[in-house]
Design a protein around this ligand. Structure first.
Ligand SMILES: Nc1nc2c(ncn2[C@@H]2O[C@H](COP(=O)(O)OP(=O)(O)OP(=O)(O)O)[C@@H](O)[C@H]2O)c(=O)[nH]1
Ligand SMILES: [Mg+2]
Length: 445
């Protein structure tokens, strides 16, 4: 971390202001080479703001503010300058070029946050919360990530690790006295403690799906036979003519995805190509797409054309239930306006709009319920898989206790679980893990 890095911290494009970050041991003298103010940055106090001009090859580029943060009291833990300049496509680029000419290096994706982690300013659970806040698609998601950034997950994990370390310590302590045939520890208490941790790990790992809904939204796929009215329903739910509707079978060939943001949650609705046996190569390609869409759906609406009978799409419904067991599959009868039948369940007319708002309300209610499992921690895939792994070791430890294995053996499993929990916050880490985490960041963060 000998280098001094720089990048634009705000999104590129037209804006009132832009912020350029400079961080590293030479942040002050590199910025001083191009900054003209009343004082030098290097001579200024931490957490002060200087007003001045940026000069490059004798030309003034912009009038700016320079916010000064002295190590270790900055985001990265290094000397940092944040240059606030005018927005737009040109000015910030010119200032960054001037900084690069003066000895700074371009920052990689997430490199500021990576430095924050390596300097002990932030643990990995907090780093991941930063990514979540940036990418969050729901109000609740952003709030939960903010709590996580404030340390809620870190604190919980630290508590658990301490508990587990205590247990393995006790088990090993008893080992030292084993010659004397003393029963020093209460095995039942140990079991309870392990069980508590196990429950926590399982619960948190199990909240992954809810967390992903908070993070990216609730995915609803519309599937069914051609002409059942999928595109008509899609348009009706969006409230605008987005997809082409016609009475020709196979009108929709690709899939169309749109978002509705409602009551703080993003619902992503996808209209797909109708499912049928066909020779048309383009349609076959479209039907293949349908599968990839449905695979990631939280809910699948099987839209049935009631004019062809209420049971007409049941074979598709059964197939979907079998194939996508992780999703909620719902049978919806459409075209109520042209059929005298009144079957049970969802009955709508996508054409006239009858019943569509009830269906929409149901989808939102389910989306809200599905996030209930998230309390104050937003787990991601990496954390969930570590939690499951730790749970596996704890389960083995419990079984070992049950079978009255040697303390030594049980303590090994508990130590392994402890180490894995440490990987979540980054007490133990490797380059691969860091590359994976910071790869999801953008440049400038
Ligand atoms: N009467 C009536 N007609 C409808 C209703 N919904 C859709 N239609 C008609 O059914 C035909 C097919 O509608 P689409 O929405 O294109 O059907 P689709 O399921 O998207 O069809 P593909 O894209 O071919 O798979 C069109 O002529 C629509 O106007 C409805 O509720 N009532
Ligand atoms: Mg269609």
């Amino acid at each position: 971390m000998e280098t001094t890095i720089t990048a634009l911290a705000t999104p590129p494009g037209i804006s009132g202001l832009a912020v350029i970050r400079v961080s590293g041991p030479r942040a002050f003298d590199i910025t001083d080479k191009i900054f003209r103010g009343k004082r030098k940055i290097a001579d200024s106090e931490s957490h002060s703001i200087l007003y001045g001009k940026i000069e490059r090859a004798g030309e003034i580029i912009d009038t700016v503010t320079a916010s000064i943060f002295r190590a270790p009291n900055s985001y990265t833990g290094e000397n940092t300058v944040e240059i606030g300049c005018h927005g737009g496509n040109i000015i910030a680029d010119m200032i960054i070029s001037a900084l690069l000419e003066s000895g700074a290096e371009p920052a990689g994706p997430g490199e500021f946050t990576r430095r924050a982690f390596l300097n002990g300013k932030m643990d990995l659970a907090k780093v991941e919360a930063v990514a979540d806040i940036i990418h969050s698609n729901s109000v609740a998601g952003a709030q939960t990530a903010a709590r996580q950034l404030a340390g809620s997950l870190t604190k919980k994990l630290d508590d658990l690790r301490t508990k587990l370390l205590d247990i393995s310590g006790l088990l090993e302590l008893e080992l030292d006295f084993s010659e004397e045939d003393l029963e020093l520890i209460d095995k039942e208490l140990i079991k309870t403690r392990i069980n508590e941790t196990l429950d926590f790990c399982n619960e948190l790992a199990g909240s992954l799906k809810s967390a992903e809904i908070l993070r990216s939204g609730y995915f609803v796929g519309i599937a069914g036979h051609p002409n059942s009215g999928k595109s008509t329903l899609f348009n009706s739910m969006l409230g605008r003519e987005r997809a082409i509707v016609s009475d020709i079978e196979g009108t929709t060939r690709d899939y169309l995805e749109e978002s509705i943001f409602y009551k703080g949650i993003t619902i992503k609705i996808t209209d797909t190509a109708g499912l049928r046996d066909t020779e048309d190569v383009i349609e076959i390609a479209g039907i293949k797409f349908v599968e990839s869409v449905l695979e990631q759906s939280n809910m699948i609406l099987i839209l049935n054309d009631l004019a062809r009978g209420a049971a007409f799409s049941e074979p598709i419904y059964r197939r979907m239930k079998e194939k996508y067991s992780g999703a909620e599959i719902i049978y919806v009868n459409n075209k109520s306006d042209i059929s005298p039948e009144t079957p049970e369940g969802f009955l709508i007319s996508a054409g006239t709009g009858e019943g569509v708002s009830e269906l929409k309300d149901y989808i939102f209610a389910r989306a809200l319920q599905s996030r209930d499992r998230v309390s104050d921690v937003l787990v991601n895939r990496r954390q969930a898989s570590l939690l499951s792994e730790a749970a596996g070791y704890l389960q083995t430890a419990l079984e070992g206790l049950e079978a009255e294995f040697e303390n030594e053996i049980i303590a090994i499993d508990i130590r392994k679980a402890t180490k894995i929990l440490g990987e979540i916050t980054g007490q133990s880490w490797n380059e691969e893990v860091l590359a994976h985490i910071f790869g999801q960041f953008c440049i400038g963060k």
